[in-house]
Design a protein. Structure first.
Length: 155
């Protein structure tokens, strides 16, 4: 990956709707086809997993956010079994495996506490889960804002 690729990634991270021509002008590659080839190469090398829109879930009626901590019952491949089952539950948007006395952090988005209660019932029904502990998100100040991390320094 060279500096052109890094600058292209930074631009796409900030605004993936930019045209190939605009990206090229900003990074100093004046051929849209050259920019396109670089983007395709970055996709093939998995630097770009996918290009997607950032939605405002509250405008879609999803206003109940939770962080649920889960402790699993230790056993063979327990973390893979739990993660697999958690990822099948609608409303769970992030599943993180942690080190320490808590095994997983689960981020959920649902319409209301009744809908979350159904999610929690499904979580609790997983046999490999020992217990869970939920926190309701009252206010969000920053969500998945990767612009604050300097991925782009050339060290």
């Amino acid at each position: 990956m060279d500096n052109f690729d890094r600058r292209i990634l930074r631009l796409l991270e900030q605004d993936a709707t930019l045209s190939l021509k605009e990206i090229g002008m900003r990074v100093g590659l004046y051929s849209p086809s050259a920019v396109s080839k670089r983007i395709e190469g970055l996709k093939k090398k998995s630097y770009i997993k996918k290009i997607s829109a950032t939605l405002d879930f509250s405008k879609l009626g999803f206003n109940f956010y939770t962080m649920t901590f889960v402790r699993g019952k230790y056993g063979t491949h327990y973390k893979d079994k739990i993660a697999s089952r958690l990822m099948e539950i609608p409303g769970i948007v992030c599943v993180y495996f942690l080190l320490g006395d808590i095994d997983f952090l689960i981020y959920t988005i649902s319409k209301d506490k009744e809908e979350y209660s159904k999610i929690l019932d499904r979580i609790s029904s997983i046999p490999e889960i020992e217990r869970s502990d939920t926190r309701t998100v009252l206010q969000s100040y920053r969500e998945m804002d990767f612009s604050t991390v300097d991925f782009w320094s050339t060290s």
